[in-house]
Ligand binder design. Structure first.
Ligand code: ADP
Ligand code: MG
Length: 448
């Protein structure tokens, strides 16, 4: 049984992740497809089964491809970005389920999926991160989603604080002004953090709720892929029809997204797609063979990155700070892998752009680190107690810089049903077995 919560979840708009402490270190728990993060996407099948994560994304992709085959949007049973409506009365209709679902219920499905990746113990306690700007109704909705997913003891933590905690672990810097620059899938959040001897506080925030990776993907479709198709095929009947154009954009988005993600690490990328599932005005089935360079990316993406940078600069000037006052700019969110964005930030905000932590998992890692400092509630402990065994309470510092530490062990007489033996020995061993205290006798008469 764990004494500390030890589990952290980043319940993101686009992707979610779970991390836990193992031998004193935060470890990301991978999905069934061995990925670090899991799409916050839910689909309900005709048989009323819930599919969550990668499977739901692939159903969505197939649906969007089917739509451009006969230019008809099908029934909706796949849901994305429901975090946006947390704490509101918005509901999501499902034709397959025959009823509507709330944002909390959909979020609970994501949490259940993450929970299912932990197979070696039953997780009842968890730290879940929320945006710094979340107000009480949104926080309450997050708590409700976590309860629906079966968690009993839930603590909330602000996303930028979690990211800064992950950064603080790996950095020598413990003080100063930090900026968490979180460019996610659909939202941009900047947070100014004051660090004092490792204590982190959010001083101010700014952002744009409609700026994220999705805008980048759509811009790549609009400015590169559709012009390519228009040049090589007769697609005026699509371009002049708003609803058809939307369907085509949705179907092409995965191609644009893959191109964008690859170009974070490569110099050029070839978008190849044999036969889109529709015919142009001349009865030809379009193919795509389009080379995209870094300068194409720069032209299409930099206006979006500039928006985020301007918001960040404004946040600093509002707080009477300059880029040179910032000790670290911490990158969070998939699109911050972009070398174009990283260069722009260095040129326009600060040289101290930190690239040491993984922008996709920093929030979950920070949540687990925070969770390792919070004790599991007595209620949760009592529920999982096997009272037929001797019940002990162990108290110790969660982290220490000392070589010697006190560990206080106490027999909980009132929580033990069986007879307590006259002599009790304890032995403390480290999780990896590399250290042991040896057998120590403890006094069963006195309390400690
Ligand atoms: P959220 O916080 O909204 O859940 P994430 O931080 O998971 O979002 O970011 C999701 C976005 O990151 C998506 O738009 C995805 O395409 C983008 N992304 C993922 N990997 C990369 C990459 N290598 N380069 C650029 N963008 C990426
Ligand atoms: Mg995020």
């Amino acid at each position: 049984m764990r004494n500390k919560i030890d589990y952290g979840i980043d319940l993101g708009t686009t992707n979610s992740a779970v991390a836990r402490m193992e031998n004193g270190k935060p470890v990301i728990k991978k999905s069934d497809t061995l990925k670090d993060t899991h799409p916050s996407c839910v689909t309900i099948t005709r048989r009323k089964d819930f599919l969550v994560g990668d499977k739901a994304v692939s159903v969505n992709k197939t649906d969007n491809e089917r739509a451009i085959k006969n230019w008809e949007k099908g029934e909706v049973n796949t849901y994305l970005e429901f975090k946006r409506t947390m704490g509101t009365t918005h509901s999501y209709d499902s034709t397959n389920l025959g009823k509507a679902l709330s944002s909390e219920e959909l979020s609970a499905e994501v949490l259940k999926k993450l929970k299912s990746y932990i197979t070696d113990e039953n997780v009842n306690s968890v730290v879940i991160t929320v945006p710094a700007k979340f107000l009480n109704p949104q926080k309450d909705a997050t708590m409700k989603a976590a309860k629906l997913a079966g968690f009993k003891h839930i603590e909330l933590l602000q996303e930028p604080v979690a990211a800064a905690t992950a950064y603080g672990l790996s950095s020598k810097k413990k003080d100063g002004y930090w900026v968490v620059f979180d460019f996610g899938g659909g939202t941009f959040d900047a947070a100014l953090i004051k660090a004092e001897e490792g204590i982190l506080a959010v001083k101010d925030t700014a952002g744009d709720n409609w700026l994220g990776g999705k805008n980048l993907d759509n811009a790549l479709v609009d400015e590169l892929i559709i012009p390519y198709l228009a040049e090589n095929y007769s697609i005026d009947f699509i371009i002049n029809d708003e609803s058809k154009l939307q369907m085509l954009t949705a179907a092409l988005k995965p191609l644009a997204e893959e191109c964008k993600n690859q170009l974070s690490f490569k110099d050029s990328y070839n978008i190849l797609e044999e036969f889109l599932p529709f015919e142009d005005e001349k009865g030809e089935q379009p193919e795509i063979d389009l080379n995209v360079s870094q300068s194409d990316m720069d032209r299409v993406l930099s206006p979006f990155f500039q928006k985020a940078i301007d918001i960040t600069k404004e946040l600093l000037s509002k707080n009477n700070l300059k880029g040179s006052n910032i000790d670290a700019l911490i990158l969070v969110g998939g699109p911050t892998y972009s070398p174009i964005l990283r260069r722009m930030l260095k040129e326009q905000v600060t040289e101290n752009v930190d690239t040491s932590i993984d922008p996709m998992t920093a929030v979950a890692v920070g949540a687990a680190l925070f969770a390792s400092t919070i004790s599991v509630s007595d209620e949760v402990k009592d529920e999982s107690r096997d009272k037929t065994k001797l019940q002990l309470e162990i108290n110790y510092e969660a982290t220490t810089v000392e070589f010697d530490e006190m560990v206080n062990v106490q027999i909980l007489k009132d929580k033990t049903e069986g007879k307590i033996p006259d002599t009790v020995f304890i032995e403390l061993t480290r999780g990896d077995g590399a250290w042991s205290s040896g057998k120590k006798k403890i006094n069963t008469e006195k309390k400690t």
